[in-house]
Design a protein around this ligand. Structure first.
Ligand code: HSE
Length: 298
């Protein structure tokens, strides 16, 4: 049994929702080929497009599939081929795409014995290997699609949210690597009550805005008073990019996951394309290499 899949990129945090909110991009992602066979064992047989470990226990897809097979009676053998398009350390869920894609494909080939929530838990083992922390805000949208909320980690409670039709994502990926483990080390573990109130007000506002398709409310809620001030220092031209995006009508703009990618949400493709052009102009002045994607959320 064999399947070829698209493993999507994702934008985690969405400004206010550190470790809890994320969304799935429609057009940016990796390809993977997964096959099942009789001889037990999980093997990474091929990786193209990235210099990543082939040893199963060092590879996020390998670790995630092993977590799944541990819960399955009479586990089959699994071969995994990975064709990376999403660069490691880009902030658009590179490791999550591999972990989530691999467990989704194996579950599919086994006849779907596991629930999407189970798959999120297995894929989180890959995230733990990649960043030292089993966060679910990339793997959940990669597996469930659209916008997702991790309401709770213990016990795991992941919710798929509604996605307004016209919402478009512009993402710029400056070609520098920021390791999630490094950008997690710059954040503080204590916050003030004042900042907490502002942040969870925004999380509620964003979720309400998605369900009511209230683009103004979505825009007002895309604010991060806790993480962005600390992490944005690691990202060249972050403030200029944000200013450019907002001046072209973006609803909001912030760090994608742990960076260095920057995302902007817009209403409609035309605005999202204008935002892309404005951001491109900012980055053209830096001499840094970068990619820009405009994508639907799906
Ligand atoms: N929530 C995680 C972080 C996402 O910001 O560290 C990593 O992509």
């Amino acid at each position: 049994k064999r399947i070829k899949i698209f493993a999507p990129a994702t934008v985690a945090n969405l400004s206010c929702g550190f470790d809890v909110l994320g969304c799935c991009l429609d057009t940016v992602g990796d390809e993977m080929v997964i096959s099942l066979h009789e001889d037990p064992g999980v093997k990474i047989t091929k990786i193209e497009g990235a210099d990543l470990p082939l040893e199963t226990h060092k590879n996020v897809a390998g670790v995630a599939v092993e977590a799944l097979l541990k819960k399955y009676d009479q586990p089959p053998g699994v071969d995994i081929e990975i064709y990376k398009k999403i660069k490691a350390g880009s902030g658009i869920g590179s490791s999550a795409a591999s972990s989530a894609g691999a467990v989704w494909a194996v579950n599919h080939l086994l006849g779907n014995p596991f629930s999407p929530q189970d798959l999120v838990a297995f894929a989180m083992e890959g995230e733990k290997l990649a960043s030292g922390n089993a966060h679910a805000d990339n793997v959940a949208p990669a597996l469930l699609g659209g916008f997702t909320l991790v309401r709770s980690y213990t016990p795991l409670d992941v919710i798929k949210l509604y996605t307004p039709e016209d919402l478009m994502m512009t993402v710029i990926h400056p070609q520098i690597e920021v390791k999630t483990s490094d950008s997690r080390s710059v954040i503080k573990t204590n916050i003030t009550l004042k900042d907490g109130i502002r942040q969870w007000g925004n999380v509620g506002g964003l979720v309400a805005g998605l369900y009511t398709e209230d683009y103004g409310l979505i825009g007002r809620s895309l604010e991060d008073v806790i993480i962005e001030p600390l992490r944005s220092i690691l990202i060249p031209e972050f403030n200029a990019v944000k200013e450019a995006a907002m001046s072209k009508g973006a609803l909001g703009c912030g760090i994608s996951g742990s960076g260095p990618s920057i995302f902007a949400l817009s209403k409609g493709t035309e605005t999202a394309n204008h935002v892309a052009t404005a951001i491109r102009e900012v980055y053209d002045t830096t001499g840094l290499a970068f990619d820009i994607h405009v994508s639907k959320i799906n």
